[in-house]
Design a protein around this ligand. Sequence first.
Ligand code: CAA
Length: 419
Amino acid sequence: MSSNRRVFVIGGHTTPFIGKKHPDFVWKGHPDFGKRENPTLEDYITTAVNGALDATGVEAAAVEKAWIGNFVGELFSNQGHLGAAVVGAHPDLLYKPVMRVEGACASGGLAFASAVDAIRAGNDVTLVVGAEVQTTASARQGGDFLARASHYARQRSLDDFTFPALFGWRTKHYFAKFGITEEDIAYFAVKAYKNANRNPLAHMKNVKMDFETAAHAGDRNPTFLSNEEFHPFIKMSDCSQVSDGASAMIVVSEAGLKALGKTEADAIEVVALAHTTGNLYEDGDPTVLDTTKVAAERVYAEAGITAKDVQVAEVHDCFTITECLMYEALGFADAGHGAALAKEGRTDIDGDIPVNTGGGLVGFGHPVGATGVKQVLEVYRQMKGLCGDYQMPKQPSVGLTANMGGNDKTVVAAVYRNL
Ligand code: CAA
């Protein structure tokens, strides 16, 4: 901790994450096509902000500062300047200091890190929002927009789907180095969809994924990259979803807790946070998430714990290989052994270290700017027993989040304690 001021999360609101294959998502074959539109970025921000205020009973007037994480509102929704969009969500936010922060898929994590800094520096009640709408473009066009999170000049030409190709690169090298197969890695997708099937907010809540489908490319689960070198290494089931959604939460100090009439039992404590940034212009060993590894080392040291103490984790699984590499960077498994952890069921909801209990980015969905905020709220919800059908058998006391932007370039990791 950089100051002795304690930091707490007291809850918030996550909207459903929706997109293709979600029953509420309107597309040209949907019975509601022409009758109603999908929610806009404005709708998502407004719903999440007011949902967080309602869920916590916090008056908008009590919020001292707010941040919104969003990656590319300008490209998908022709809308930037989203600090002012947060103010537009509630009249009592008018003239408060609100800013948008951007760090690709870690934008939400950066919004959270900003609030933690502010509480440590003297603020008492803050609001953190994350939002993204991505379904206004085709997946192929969206691939170009999302490629802005890579080093565009160097990496855009890898494939129309730049990020799936970048993680195809990691998968190829990881398989070769450790003798891992498509079947080994399939357990991540099976777990993600199985968890999402129990989560009413999940993008993939109605889509089933069995081991046979996840383990082999076929009509139901095609490979799709044009890049010949990486084509065999990424199937549809390996990818996070192109989702719309938002999440918002209230982050407070000890004085903030008291002023709001809350007790520690209403809160989880943020006991440590690490924010690390890699070099956009160079990539290291494809089989290691170096920036995440350093964040993990720092956050464990600050919290005074080891990986063995973590009882629930939300990790950035933008692709199945990412979850595997996250396990290794976070110290849950040794190098080359991440897939075995999933295969043995140890990261299932009833395993000894449950990971991404609501489905993760593959199953819950990945509205880029919302993800880092949603992850924190998921840990809060597991700790407070609010996860319904996907509640862990025993409410965890120590939790971890790891939100990653780009190809392991911006990472925000935090450790939480249930009070
Ligand atoms: N057989 C063969 N090929 C098929 C096919 C089939 N049955 N179905 C689809 N395809 C191919 C086609 O080439 C198709 O493209 P075209 O239609 O334009 O030719 C392509 O796959 C995509 O198909 P769809 O548009 O129908 O697929 P979709 O909408 O279901 O999307 C997906 C699937 C491409 C995997 C999409 O979900 C995706 O892009 N996911 C990844 C999203 C992503 O990269 N997010 C960012 C993660 S990285 C991160 O988190 C860090 C950061 O900072 C960015």
